[in-house]
Design a protein around this ligand. Structure first.
Ligand SMILES: [Zn+2]
Length: 879
């Protein structure tokens, strides 16, 4: 799965209390709040669902073959908000009636049998019905262009909201599925359809039995979809062509071709890397308007519309996202689906590896998009979270159902992916790849733990110290910072745990694969002591994180910072990103004068890599959003941005019309779009904004050639700034009546970023509009909370309506709501947020870590502001 934040279905019913259930149970076995006991183990599922997306509920008949370990009268399993009409066990020719009750909110249920269930094989039989969800969790339905569609999203523990079962990743069994629906609707699941038969006025679609799968990888999709079909040619690893389809809702009729054409090369790249064929008999990739990321269901991946369904004129940003996310989900078909973690504490193996692989194979697919550099950028961004005292290691015990979703955070994805790339770079590509191949062969169609993965790597790498290094990053939280200084013998290097100014963290050490470069001289070694000397004596700027693959920050004496900053324009992408991250980290630790940040932004603006070129400016925007650049400092700030980024934009040229730069290098197209955002918005360049405004107004009036997709955000933002209240009302109505997910998402983001009090209030008054989907509402609030003038009103509204917002949206909203106040910057406000939000978090039992992090970030920003705020504003001539 690839997502920024976790998703789960809200629990709507009022289940029995645990105490009541325990009294009813004949056995005194406690309710399993995490992993189930092995009293009964599933062997195979047969799932027959009737899915009519226009109805509010669906119905099902489920049969689960199990092995019963010891004779019993009761069993625990999973089911959430299911209305079970009939339940029984069949043993030989005999039927034993049973009673089902849900005994815990997260979806633990109990079966109590009228007789003794004997040791050995049995089949559990269920007839039930349940409500569709309305956001991406469980089996959910959404109306698009006046027609209803249904999709599923089961990871992590939402399969239990669609069918009763043993909903944990360690149980892998075949699933034989049928979906009964109206004639003419498309019905898909993980396996190929074998036949369809009429049942009254409906049609039953029957699918082949799957290869062994865990419940979280099962998928059902029903609706009046459009599809594009093709095959992926045989490869050195696969003899037969692989059937491949792209599936979307009706409005995407003409946007299926790009994904169909471009998935093939990604599959072939993955087959080459793993040296194993695609593990399932077909591949469907399906778009959903409300999926906040993508999910690797075996043979039936589901993506947010805007990730999967693009046309050839899409912006570089969207093509980058396509390559990275599609390669991520498809790499899971091997790493996750073929070999699955036994329990959620090993989920980092799936996600950290798929993150690294997504960037790597995405990069092979289209090197011109510079997808690989994005992997390191995601890792450096994760350091900001990992630097806090509140946190978790990548690999962490998961005891209860409430803790599972906390494992899907920036630490697992961004840090995990970066750590994998560091180890792969240090071991060497071939040794690392051999370890991965060995692992897949050993555990194909089964489960494997972290220790077993380490074992496979060790057997291929023959280097136990590298494994010890990997463990030092995987099993402890925090970011190392390496100090590098010149001495007579070369470079003195020393390590400690990075800490923000005013933050007191316990000391820690790592075994760091440290690669340092000076010009063409390079030294890589494992730093496993507090300090050491590296025999690198060449003259020139020191690059303490060569290639940027190391998951560590660095610090330098001031003269060395200056020498390194002077080389900014020519640094390769990973080293450029490492420099910006480490400089800002040194500033936030209180060790660096902020004027160096401006020198670096100016020097880095000449870098070839688009992200590096604008990163210094983007970080200054962050200071402004937190109120650290305000009042009298604003004119100087805007002047600085215009002086630094204006000339670069002038040099590469700008015209808003569609397709004019299609022949340009892809990353240069992205650079142009990013520069336009900064110069027209933050630098307040009125003539540029007027051009964008006119282009956006023409686009909204139907002239699709007036505005290129790359300038969509800048264009819509200019339209709002220049068009005032009328423009806001027009854009809101157009967004609400649109079935184009990209336009909807963009319009909501841009409206929320309007930063004008009256406009903010107007939007807040519209939060009750029924046309806003559950995710839209939270998205709009989060966006309003970023901006200084609308932050308070969005935060106050979110606090007042917290439970209602969280109930309607599940864990996805809970985590986003907990991070919503993250742009505040004061110790007093941190305490107030803690007091206002903690009771809600406790009540929802979710989002605790996200709130801990938010409160700490707001507090530490306040400390920095108190000590250095004046200096920041003085740089721009303010107070
Ligand atoms: Zn994933």
């Amino acid at each position: 799965m690839k997502r920024l934040l976790a998703v789960a279905l809200a629990t709507l019913s009022a289940p029995l209390t645990a105490a009541a259930a325990l009294t009813a149970a004949p056995a005194a076995e406690p309710i399993p709040l995490g992993i189930l006991s092995d009293a009964a183990m599933p062997l195979a599922y047969r799932i027959d669902l009737t899915v009519l997306p226009e109805k509010e509920r669906f119905t099902g008949h489920v049969e689960i073959d199990v092995t019963v370990k010891a004779a019993t009268r009761s069993l625990y399993l999973h089911g959430r908000d299911l209305h079970i009409g009939a339940v029984a066990a069949r043993v030989g020719g005999r039927t034993i009636p049973a009673h089902y009750s849900q005994v815990e909110d997260s979806g633990v249920a109990q079966l109590i049998f009228d007789g003794v269930l004997p040791t050995g094989k049995a089949t559990l039989l269920f007839d039930y019905d349940a409500a569709f969800g309305d956001s991406a969790a469980g089996l959910y339905r959404i109306k698009v262009a006046d027609q209803w569609y249904a999709w599923t999203q089961f990871e992590s523990i939402d399969a239990r909201a669609a069918f009763p079962g043993f909903d944990q990743p360690g149980y892998k069994t075949p699933f034989t599925v049928s979906l009964t629906t109206r004639p003419g609707l498309v019905a898909l699941s993980n396996a190929p359809e074998v036949k369809s038969v009429p049942v009254g006025d409906l049609v039953r679609h029957e699918f082949a039995a799957t290869r062994p799968l865990p419940t979280y990888l099962v998928a059902f999709v029903v609706g009046p979809f459009v599809t594009a079909s093709g095959t992926i040619a045989p490869s050195a690893q696969r003899a037969a062509p692989l059937p491949s389809r792209i599936v979307g809702t009706q409005p995407y009729r003409d946007k299926l071709g790009f994904a169909l054409e471009n998935s093939g090369p990604i599959i072939l790249g993955l087959e080459r890397y793993f040296d194993t064929p695609f593990p399932f008999p077909k591949l469907d990739q399906i778009g959903s308007p409300v999926m906040p990321g993508a999910m690797e269901n075996a043979g039936a991946d589901i993506y947010g519309d805007t990730i999967l369904l693009l046309d050839k004129d899409a912006s570089t940003d969207r093509k980058k996202t396509f390559g990275m996310v599609v390669a991520h989900e498809l790499s899971h078909q091997w790493f996750g689906d073929l070999v699955t973690p036994a329990w959620w504490d090993d989920i980092w193996l799936n996600e950290s590896f798929a993150n690294w692989m997504g960037y790597r194979i995405g990069d092979e697919w289209r090197p011109d998009l510079k997808i690989w550099a994005g992997a390191l950028d995601e890792g450096f961004a994760a350091m900001n979270v990992d630097a806090l005292k509140a946190g978790r290691p990548i690999h962490q015990p998961i005891r209860t159902n409430g803790e599972i979703d906390s494992a899907f955070d920036q630490v697992t994805y961004g840090k995990g992916g970066h750590v994998v790339s560091m180890i792969a770079a240090y071991l060497g590509d071939e040794k690392f790849r051999d370890g991965v191949r060995l692992h897949l062969k050993r555990y194909a169609y089964g489960n494997a733990s972290t220790e077993q993965f380490f074992g496979s790597l060790a057997d291929a790498a023959h280097d136990p110290r590298v494994l010890a290094s990997l463990k030092s990053f995987v099993d402890q939280q925090g970011v190392p910072v390496v100090r590098v200084e010149r001495t007579g013998d070369g470079l003195k290097v020393s390590q400690k745990r990075y800490a923000l100014l005013g933050s007191d963290l316990p000391p820690q050490s790592w075994i760091i694969p440290l690669c340092v470069r000076i010009g063409a001289s390079r030294d890589c070694s494992l730093l496993d002591t507090p300090s050491a000397t590296i025999p690198l004596k060449a003259a020139g700027a020191i690059i303490p994180n060569a290639g940027g693959t190391g998951y560590y920050r660095f610090s330098l004496p001031e003269a060395q910072w200056k020498a390194l900053i002077a080389t900014s324009a020519s640094l390769p992408s990973g080293e450029a990103s490492a420099l910006t991250d480490s400089l800002w980290a040194a500033f936030r630790a209180g060790e660096l004068s902020p004027s160096l940040l401006l020198d670096a932004a100016r020097a880095m603006a000449g870098n070839d890599y688009s992200v590096a070129a604008v990163e210094g400016g983007s970080r200054l925007v962050g200071l402004r959003l937190r109120g650290q650049i305000a009042g009298g400092a604003l004119p100087g700030y805007r002047r600085f941005l215009k002086q630094v980024y204006g000339p670069r934009l002038d040099a590469i040229g700008f015209d808003p019309r569609a397709g004019l730069y299609a022949g340009d290098d892809a990353d240069r197209q992205k650079l142009r779009a990013d520069l336009v955002d900064l110069v027209a918005g933050e630098a307040d360049d009125k003539p540029l904004r007027m051009r964008l405004w006119k282009a956006a107004a023409a686009w909204l009036a139907g002239d699709r050639a007036a505005l290129d997709q790359a300038f969509f955000d800048a264009g819509l933002a200019a339209y709002l700034v220049e068009g005032g209240d009328r423009a806001l009302a027009t854009l809101f109505d157009k967004a609400m009546s649109s079935d184009d997910s990209l336009f909807r998402d963009r319009a909501i983001g841009v409206m929320g970023a309007v930063d004008r009090a009256a406009a903010g209030r107007w939007l807040i008054d519209r939060l009750g509009d029924q046309r806003l989907r559950a995710g839209d509402r939270v998205g709009l609030l989060v966006s309003l909370a970023q901006q200084p003038t609308t932050r308070d009103m969005a935060y106050d509204w979110a606090v007042t309506h917290y439970d209602e917002l969280a109930r309607g949206n599940g864990i996805f909203a809970v985590n986003r709501l907990a991070t919503l106040p993250g742009r505040y910057c004061s110790a007093a406000k941190a305490a107030e947020i803690e007091k206002a939000l903690r009771p809600h978090i406790v009540k929802q039992q979710r989002g605790a870590l996200a709130l801990d992090r938010t409160v700490e970030q707001v507090h530490s920003c306040g400390v920095l502001e108190e000590k250095r705020g004046g200096e920041i504003r003085a740089m721009f001539g303010g107070k």
